[in-house]
Design a protein around this ligand. Sequence first.
Ligand SMILES: C[S@@+](CC[C@H](N)C(=O)[O-])C[C@H]1O[C@@H](n2cnc3c(N)ncnc32)[C@H](O)[C@@H]1O
Length: 235
Amino acid sequence: MGSLVLQDDDRLRIMEFGTMCGIPSALNAVIKLGIPDILSSSQDAPLSSAEIIAQIPACGSSGSGANLDRILRVLSSVGVFQESLHDGGIRKYGVTPLCRYLVTNPSNGGLPLSSWVIANQDVVFMKTWEFLYQSVTTGADPFTAAHGKPLFDLTADNPRFRGIFDSAMSDNSNAYMRLIVEAYDGFQGVRTLVDVGGGIGNSLRVILGRHKGIKGINFDLPHVISKAPAFPGTL
Ligand SMILES: C[S@@+](CC[C@H](N)C(=O)[O-])C[C@H]1O[C@@H](n2cnc3c(N)ncnc32)[C@H](O)[C@@H]1O
């Protein structure tokens, strides 16, 4: 006789995979609402959803604490925030080490990667996922299938998305380049350094900041270079 399985971990995992998009969507929402910065500014005192909403100008008088609680509880379940229960059953939320990557203010310990989340959740990238299936049936690149052109042709034509993409690349390279220049001695003795596909030049900026004698050349597409800020040491 077969046994009734009430707690089937595999079934729960597949359900979880099917709804995983909720996590990046919730991250996207809290970043746009500025919540990691609000919580990191509250000097380690956790805040309720009502207290958080009171600090979000866009909420005005129509902010929904119930909806914010649901979003914050989901993100607390994966360690982005820390949830605690207080008198009267009020839930409050504080920052965690993971949350530091979403805080934009460096004086609050921010190591921002929020633009990375924002870029990946942008409608431009989200639209490409719909074409994953066709990438197998037709062999087409999903990005080109979704937008009619490859990624770097789109960034040339779409200044809104280009800004988001360039910030995401910079935030990402910032984090690891700071570690690389601490540990890597291969830049010593280099006189000219070319960063091919250097984006708006962040990697070069970190390297030249550490190795003052190097002359740097940031090589990228014209529409990227035209927005790249100048800094000492570049030719
Ligand atoms: C993944 S991003 C890397 C950005 C950069 N390394 C950083 O850390 O911010 C790739 C870069 O390659 C550039 N790129 C793409 N095609 C290129 C080409 N044909 N010539 C020069 N740069 C190109 C893009 O504009 C983009 O900035």
